[in-house]
Design a protein around this ligand. Structure first.
Ligand code: ZN
Length: 140
């Protein structure tokens, strides 16, 4: 079996101040946030922006200084943070990539935003790019 990527689900952009940057995206690109949510267990606040025939843009800001996003902002500043690929079977993809020696940020896939299952491939395994894998859960 091989990993099956369905599509780019969203692009994550790290921002320091979510409301400020959201206003910028609304003013400049006519974006509209379809959902804003706080995920205290992950230490982030998210704004999901929809555009026609495009992956969602996810603005990500840290809720505190200890989170990975806060560290990313301190090291690299604001900008593109990660791409998320939707996969058919996240557990299968995870096991298979692990066998190939791919490193992940988490120990296993876990509950993500909006009832999905997600896991992040460590940038160290992909030339400095953070990739999120996601499976919609429960299935639509
Ligand atoms: Zn994401």
């Amino acid at each position: 079996m091989s990993i099956k990527i369905e599509k780019i689900d969203h692009i994550g952009i790290a921002v320091k101040n979510l409301e400020e940057r959201l206003a910028l995206w609304e003013t400049i690109l006519g974006a509209r946030a379809v959902k804003i949510e706080e995920l205290p267990e992950r230490g982030v606040k998210l704004a999901h922006l929809k555009f026609p025939q495009s992956p969602t843009v996810e603005l990500v800001s840290p809720l505190d200084e200890q989170t990975a996003v806060a560290k990313f902002l301190a090291e690299r500043g604001e900008g593109i943070h990660h791409f998320c690929f939707e996969v058919e079977n996240i557990e299968g993809a995870f096991e298979e990539l692990k066998k190939k020696g791919v490193q992940f940020v988490q120990d296993r896939p876990y509950q993500g935003a909006g009832g999905s299952r997600i896991v992040f491939i460590h940038p160290r395994s992909l030339g400095g790019v953070l990739i999120e894998l996601k499976e919609d859960w429960p299935k639509k």
